[in-house]
Design a protein around this ligand. Structure first.
Ligand SMILES: [Zn+2]
Length: 211
């Protein structure tokens, strides 16, 4: 059995990551960011120390605008698949309007930096004639990699909404978490897991068809 002091040292996920609700012996956690599988494990461990019997992980209520943004990003991902590129798509939305789109083009362009996010951010900066995109929300079907989080920070993107979690390369909490790195001096809102199954299925089907 763990000692009390050990439990007290364990920090509860901050509000921005998940919000907890408790009804009797059931604690409900709404995940805004972390991989629910990881959060579930962490939460059960933490909450069991608080003597809860059951933990339920629920999805946040996404806005219609968020769902529309991710649908548009998924359509971009399908364009990538059609071109035999890894199907990841992205769109940039400012004040409810899509100002740029992008999908992976690394093979087509012989460009290692041609990830969906980078292409969408380039387009958005050109459209705004400003490389700073503080008012923008970036929707992307897969958790961004290290390079793309770097670009997101350079562009000062206000909010990132991603679809599937990427255990192998995701840099917003899965493989690593750059969002609170001291080296990256820009904080932004992060919401993960929107239409995650659809994004993951696109990727799975793509890799299966190439085997
Ligand atoms: Zn990337």
């Amino acid at each position: 059995m763990r000692s009390r002091s050990t439990n007290q040292n364990r920090s509860f996920p901050p509000e921005e990551i998940c919000r907890g609700n408790r009804a009797g012996k059931v604690a409900t956690l709404t995940c805004y960011r972390r991989n629910p599988a990881l959060l579930r494990k962490m939460s059960i461990e933490m909450l069991s120390s608080l003597r809860d019997d059951r933990v339920e992980i629920v999805s946040p209520d996404w806005s219609e605008q968020d769902i529309a943004g991710m649908r548009a990003a998924l359509a971009e991902a399908e364009l990538a698949a059609d071109a035999n590129e890894i199907p990841v798509g992205a769109v940039v939305v400012v004040a409810g309007e899509t100002i740029a789109t992008g999908h992976n083009r690394s093979i087509t362009d012989n460009d290692p930096s041609a990830h969906a996010e980078i292409i969408a951010l380039r387009g958005a900066a050109l459209a705004q004639e400003n490389y700073r995109l503080n008012a923008a929300t970036l929707y992307v079907t897969l958790e961004p990699c290290v390079m793309c989080v770097g670009a997101i920070v350079q562009a000062r993107v206000g909010r990132v909404v991603f679809g599937a979690y990427d255990d192998k390369a995701g840099a917003l909490g899965s493989a690593t978490d750059l969002s609170d790195s001291r080296a990256l001096n820009h904080r932004f809102e992060i919401n993960g897991g929107l239409l995650a199954d659809e994004s993951a299925t696109l990727l799975k089907n793509f890799f299966r068809s190439r085997r």
